[in-house]
Ligand binder design. Structure first.
Ligand code: AMP
Length: 214
């Protein structure tokens, strides 16, 4: 059983690799970004609040984010392990997460850190296209769908995330460098780095090499 975190700056390929990992290891994928996007789509109060921060590339307040993760981790499917994607994103979230894990008598086994040269990240983020139905992600150049603009998985029309503009992505990168990157030190015992500038297949191969067989 594995309890894993996946980290890396926006555009590193976290979501894409997370999808591969959960498929291969059979654990739930918990993405705080996806949870917020679902809330926005469903026009809930949480969605309205999250949207005001996400549109600017800012972090949603910790109290809200920590609350939704706590609730999610208590679901029975997390008993077999999980992959957290996009959380924790600052020291306060990491400390609250530790308390959560401690109260459940569990710990983080692996922290996957995808490293990518900041210069190529904006290009990756701005060229990203996502499926609004099943959540699959593509890139207009580096990970093209079979038919332009159409999801390979479910056939829906692909969209561009509202926060995948140059301006918002630039701020998200800054927030990452200031608040999230310092967590790599916090998790130094569990972290392993993978070179995210390689092809999607190569990146997944090196992740599997570190995580071992399922
Ligand atoms: P992501 O899909 O992980 O790139 O997240 C998209 C946006 O959702 C971020 O830019 C934040 O506004 C918000 N978000 C996602 N995860 C968190 C988190 N752990 N803490 C605060 N805000 C978050």
């Amino acid at each position: 059983m594995s309890r894993m975190l996946i980290m890396g700056p926006p555009g590193a390929g976290k979501g894409t690799q997370a999808a591969n990992i959960v498929k291969y290891y059979g654990v739930p994928h918990i993405s705080t970004g996806d949870m917020f996007r679902a809330a926005i789509k469903n026009e809930t109060e949480l969605g309205k609040l999250a949207k005001s921060y996400m549109d600017k590339g800012e972090l949603v307040p910790d109290s809200v984010t920590i609350g939704i993760v706590k609730e999610r981790l208590l679901q029975p499917d997390c008993k077999k392990g999980f992959l957290l994607d996009g959380f924790p994103r600052n020291l306060n979230q990491a400390e609250s997460f530790d308390e959560m894990l401690e109260s459940l008598g569990i710990a983080v086994d692996f922290v996957i850190n995808i490293e990518v040269d900041p210069q190529i990240l904006i290009d990756r983020v701005v060229g990203r296209r996502v499926c609004p139905v099943c959540g699959a992600t593509f890139h207009v150049e580096y990970n093209k769908p079979k038919v332009e603009g159409i999801c390979d998985e479910c056939g829906a029309e692909l969209i561009q995330r509202k926060d995948d503009t140059v301006e918002t992505a630039t701020n998200r990168l800054k927030v990452y460098a200031d608040q999230t990157a310092p967590l790599l030190k916090y998790y130094q015992e569990q972290v392993f780095n993978v070179d995210g500038s390689k092809s999607l297949e190569e990146v997944f191969a090196s992740i599997k090499e570190h995580l071992g067989e399922r």
